[in-house]
Design a protein around this ligand. Structure first.
Ligand SMILES: Nc1ncnc2c1ncn2[C@@H]1O[C@H](COP(=O)(O)OP(=O)(O)OP(=O)(O)O)[C@@H](O)[C@H]1O
Length: 281
């Protein structure tokens, strides 16, 4: 059950002086269980695209197939609960949406909303509190007494606690220190390896290089390229032309270097396999 966008366009404030094309004839497919990144300049349409994944906004034209649901311009808000249980969207600075009296109740809110009984919701909340790296005793505290980084973890645990099949993240590590960013990205990577689909909007090219298998590049509302990170980042001229940065990470450079020193392959098929193994590993 892949995710499929077919000729999706979206216009903000149509037929008014403020009319603005947010998406322009976007088509692509994403594989189940893949780690995808959406990159592009500010204002290129990344967040607009992201909000289509759980029908928070619906296409002005075109069609989306996702998690067994078809989204078209005619789709209404009715019957979207099932879609939103499967496809979850985490906005930038999700900690702004915490509201319960205790951390554990805040994390359990999502699971309860999607039909877990009280006991199961609390068990899931305790499990995810630990998974995001917070000690058990924090569960009893008010989320508003925590640091910004801890609040971010609570908010993300609240989404992961009902285990959506498709996790959409808009700059989830923005403003976190490098260690916290790494832990957060490792958490999403593990979630993907367990079989879920992850879609990440980011300006951080190191995260793209280190974690994504598939990259969508947005520019002026159009998707101008879809490829593996190595294919996106190997062409410096193309990157410069589109004002995109290269990853700085030594990890990605090391992966490429390992590949150069890998044992001499015997056939083209071996060579391709070798490259893939080295870049994946
Ligand atoms: N609510 C809105 N009303 C009108 N235009 C909007 C609205 N939201 C976004 N836009 C416009 O649509 C275009 C795409 O915006 P979008 O937020 O999707 O870009 P983005 O790539 O996510 O940017 P950033 O990296 O800054 O978050 C921009 O030109 C933006 O100004």
């Amino acid at each position: 059950m892949s995710i499929k966008f077919e000729h999706v366009s979206y216009i903000y404030s149509p037929e008014t002086p403020l009319e603005k094309k947010g998406l322009d004839n976007v088509s692509f497919k994403l594989q189940d269980g893949s780690f995808n990144a959406i990159i592009g300049h500010t204002g290129s349409g990344k967040s607009t695209l992201m909000q289509h994944f759980n029908a928070l906004i619906r296409p002005t034209s075109g069609k989306i197939e996702i998690a067994g649901t078809t989204i078209t311009p005619e789709t209404t808000n009715k019957n979207l609960k099932e879609l939103r249980r499967h496809v979850s969207l985490v906005f930038q600075f999700p900690e702004a949406q915490l509201f319960e009296n205790t951390v554990i109740d805040d994390i359990a809110f999502g699971p309860k909303n999607f039909g877990y009984d009280n006991e199961k919701a609390l068990a899931s909340a305790r499990f995810w509190l630990k998974k995001v790296g917070l000690p058990e005793e924090i569960g009893k505290r008010s989320p508003f007494e925590l640091s910004g980084g801890q609040m971010r973890r609570v908010a993300i645990a609240g989404v992961m606690a009902y285990e959506p099949d498709i996790l959409c993240l808009d700059e989830p590590a923005a403003g976190l220190d490098p260690e916290a960013r790494k832990q957060m990205m490792a958490l999403f990577s593990e979630y993907q390896k367990e079989g879920h689909t992850v879609i990440l909007v980011t300006h951080n090219m190191d995260d793209v290089a280190n974690y994504a298998e598939n990259v969508l590049v947005m520019e002026h509302g159009k998707m101008i390229k879809q490829a593996a990170p190595r294919d996106i980042f190997k062409d410096r001229n193309w990157l410069q032309e589109h004002h995109l940065e290269e990853p700085k990470s030594s990890m990605f450079a090391a992966k490429l270097q390992n590949y150069q020193f890998a044992k001499l392959p015997l056939t083209i098929a071996d060579l391709v396999k070798d490259i893939e193994t080295n870049l994946k590993g």
